[in-house]
Design a protein around this ligand. Structure first.
Ligand SMILES: NC(=O)c1ccc[n+]([C@@H]2O[C@H](COP(=O)([O-])OP(=O)(O)OC[C@H]3O[C@@H](n4cnc5c(N)ncnc54)[C@H](OP(=O)(O)O)[C@@H]3O)[C@@H](O)[C@H]2O)c1
Length: 308
């Protein structure tokens, strides 16, 4: 099969990652984006039917239930979308002999480790969202097809609902912003995530074409969980300060922007508890596929440039 004939289905349409994947994957093959209203991940049988109808060679699940606090009171929806739906997608992909790619989160860990988490570290989620993503990971592993699970963290970009957009709005509206300074992680640009995924799909396609095998087969024993975050790390408060720094370069003077005040997590109670250490070690991704995401600070500058 020619590369141009390969069907790459992206589940999710207007989400941060889904939208960027749609842009970044262009040229890889026939890119088919599916999402609401034609498929709803709460209707798992409908999801199966759509995959059977399209018959992709690569199925990328960029959709998820991502409302971390809301998940505490919507356990059923979170489990359906983050566990049952990816499990069904993995089964359908395997049935078709397709490669399945899905994403998970730093919130699978409890954050008690002093250094960055590796893929083999035990999971111990602190909240319902994290638990639903662990269940999704286990279910995809149990299907045992050709799969890649990319765990990422603190996703943001110029589009969608995210920390950057919230801070950029609040710093011009309020005199002071109190931001948590004892949770550390890697803010990851949705475009870097989509771009890294594209590079990996492209590698597998090239190998599949030269060996005349399906893409799913090209993955071989490299299937599994990989950490995929920006390089470097920072606290939420440090991230907010960097956003302000970028805004000052192009926008109003310091006097017009909010003061950022560091606080502890205990001073900002939320329905869902969050890990203090969200740092993920990306060595496995780099060593296996030769892919490394840029430093978070570099990508932030690029996003802010785009926002103008
Ligand atoms: N955001 C983060 O900070 C973060 C951190 C770590 C890991 N992750 C993981 O990274 C991946 C991408 O996240 P993201 O930030 O791009 O998420 P996002 O911006 O919140 O987008 C979620 C996507 O899921 C879709 N979706 C939600 N419920 C659905 C349903 N019932 N049926 C069909 N589609 C549904 C949404 O569709 P609509 O367009 O129709 O709303 C949207 O396209 C997810 O696996 C997430 O768990 C995210």
């Amino acid at each position: 099969m020619n590369q141009g004939d390969q069907k790459i289905v992206i589940v999710g349409r207007s989400g941060q990652l889904a939208w960027e994947a749609n842009q970044q994957f262009q040229g890889l093959g026939q890119i088919i984006s599916v999402g609401r209203p034609e498929i709803d991940l709460l209707d798992v049988e409908g999801v199966r039917a759509e995959i059977r109808r399209i018959k992709p060679s690569v199925l990328v699940n960029a959709a998820a239930y991502t409302a971390v606090d809301q998940a505490e009171s919507e356990t059923e929806a979170a489990m359906k979308i983050n566990y049952e739906a990816p499990a069904a997608m993995a089964e359908e992909a395997t049935r078709l002999g397709a490669l399945f790619i899905t994403y998970s989160t730093d919130y699978v860990f409890d954050g008690m480790k002093a250094s960055p988490y590796s893929e083999g570290d035990p999971t111990a989620p602190l909240n319902v969202y994290g638990a639903s993503k662990v269940s999704g990971e286990r279910a995809v592993e149990a299907v045992g097809g050709s799969y890649l699970i990319f765990r990422t963290s603190w996703v943001y970009g110029a589009r969608g609902k995210n920390f950057l957009k919230t801070i950029a709005k609040l710093v011009v509206e309020r005199p002071e912003l109190r931001i948590v300074d004892d949770q550390v992680g890697a803010p990851t640009w949705s475009r870097d995530l989509a771009d890294a995924t594209r590079k990996i799909i492209e590698q597998l396609m090239t190998q599949a074409a030269s060996e005349k095998i399906p893409i799913a087969e090209a993955l071989g024993n490299r299937r599994g969980i990989y950490h995929m975050t920006a390089a470097g790390s920072v606290s939420w408060c440090g991230f907010a300060a960097a956003i302000l720094e970028e805004m000052e370069k192009s926008g109003p003077s310091r006097g017009n922007l909010a003061n950022i005040v560091p606080i502890s997590s205990s001073e900002y109670p939320t329905p869902a508890a969050r890990p203090q250490n969200s740092r993920l070690c990306n060595d496995k991704l780099t060593n296996t596929f030769g892919v490394t995401l840029p430093q978070w600070r570099e990508s932030l500058a690029a996003v802010m440039d785009e926002l103008g």
